[in-house]
Design a protein around this ligand. Structure first.
Ligand code: AMP
Length: 409
């Protein structure tokens, strides 16, 4: 299939050509005709599948017709879980709409609200927003929804994980009843289906990449290592393999900072990206990472969600995530669009439970790689994976005879 087969307006085809895309991706092939026909949509698609263009292109086409937007109104609302994703989606909207007379803007927290209020004053055709800031703007009368035609929930699963359910419900309650709804999620959990039930009507369901299939495109391995030696092993791996662009995941903000300092002192340019960093610091770190000024970006799961870095060659799990699905999201940062990717995980004995859960989820036993000088004191237990690591039972302590006596002489 070609983009020209999708009945898209010439201005959109021109913008697509400028991007250099040769053909629509599977999600685009499946979603675009349905959205253009005015259907509601439930799409299972992860970042990297081309989902953003999958909803943005038909959305722009639909908005090219219809009434002019009034002050403080938005005709389409795209909700995203994170500021980074909001900024990326907004950039896509700008890129794809460059030959169309449509206005768009993006609003998210962590930056001044006044410029966002100004941008909304004359109304926008497309508003990209994170939920919290959108509600703040609504409360301050900066945005109204009586002209709203389309709602897009992007990465809905992540919005629920991040605790936005109440904000989303509040926002939905503010919208006109008659509207088109597009829901994108990496997976369709029970919670997502529950949310969808009250949201989409007779939706077209499309699925392009079930949550776990990324795992098959990415070469993965486990490096067993003692906890205290992880930072040293990582430094060695970056240096020995001459990695130029590596995304490293830690569980906590504190660990991300600590590791960034460690890498820096070993001469590896690194930056941390997490929730405590200002929006400007995050944007700068991401830009420096993309243009090669820094080699290692150390991120927590939430901060990394939605980072659009194409064909990242190397992902490292410095610590395994608590939730096995997050492993799949993490390694989905590499091996995008069919390119080969590599993901390694540094795993210590404390993380056996997490490792087992991950291997069950992806239905693979990952190869173990040991590095001389870093072999852990206690070997990681080998298969079968579902056996719990051996823990000697504590002997029941018998009380000494004299204490068992009840006599109180
Ligand atoms: P997304 O899944 O929306 O985050 O998109 C992932 C990447 O794929 C983005 O960098 C897009 O620019 C790119 N992309 C989207 N559609 C296509 C296409 N049809 N052909 C090639 N690349 C695309």
């Amino acid at each position: 299939m070609q983009f020209t087969d999708l009945n898209l307006a010439p201005g959109l085809l021109k913008a697509i050509a400028d991007k250099g895309y040769s053909a629509p991706s599977p999600i685009q092939e499946q979603a675009i005709p349905g959205i253009l026909a005015g259907r509601d949509l439930m799409a299972a698609a992860q970042t990297g599948t081309g989902k953003t263009a999958g909803f943005t292109l038909p959305l722009l086409q639909l908005l090219s017709d219809g009434a002019k937007v009034q002050p403080n109104q938005a005709r389409a609302l795209i909700l995203t879980p994170t500021r980074e994703l909001a900024a990326q989606v907004a950039q896509s909207v700008v890129d794809y709409s460059k030959y169309l007379p449509l206005k768009s803007t993006v609003v998210f927290g962590g930056v001044k609200i006044n410029p966002q209020m100004m941008a909304l004053r004359r109304g926008v055709d497309i508003l990209v927003a994170t939920p919290g800031r959108l509600l703040d703007l609504y409360q301050q009368n900066a945005v109204r929804f009586s002209q709203l035609e389309v709602l897009v929930l992007d990465e809905a699963d992540r919005m629920l994980d991040m605790g936005f359910i109440n904000d989303i419900k509040k926002i939905i309650a503010l919208l006109p009843k008659k509207r088109q709804n597009l829901l994108f999620s990496a997976t369709f959990s029970d919670d997502i289906r529950k949310l969808a039930k009250g949201l989409v009507a007779n939706p077209l369901e499309v699925s392009v990449s079930p949550a776990n299939s990324t795992a098959e495109r990415v070469e993965q391995s486990i490096y067993p290592v003692d906890k205290g030696r992880k930072a040293a092993l990582l430094t060695k791996l970056v240096q020995d393999n001459n990695w130029q662009q590596v995304l490293i995941f830690t569980r906590t903000k504190h660990q991300a900072n600590k590791l960034t300092t460690h890498l820096g002192s070993a001469g590896i340019n690194a930056a941390a990206i997490h929730g405590n960093k200002s929006q400007n610091a995050r944007t700068k770190a991401l830009a420096d990472f993309k243009n090669g000024r820094i080699k290692a970006l150390v991120a927590t799961d939430i901060a990394a969600r939605g980072l659009d870095i194409d064909q990242l060659p190397q992902v490292v799990n410095f610590e395994l995530p608590n939730v096995a699905e997050d492993y799949v999201h993490r390694i989905g940062r590499t091996g995008r669009a069919g390119a080969a990717g590599h993901a390694i995980s540094l795993v210590c004995l404390d993380e056996i439970k997490e490792l087992t859960a991950i291997e069950r989820l992806i239905k693979q036993t990952l190869p173990r790689v040991t590095v001389e000088g870093y072999i852990p004191v206690n070997e990681l237990p080998s298969l079968p994976l579902n056996t719990k690591p051996y823990k000697p039972k504590k002997p029941k302590r018998k009380m000494p005879a004299q204490q068992r006596s009840t006599s109180v002489n």
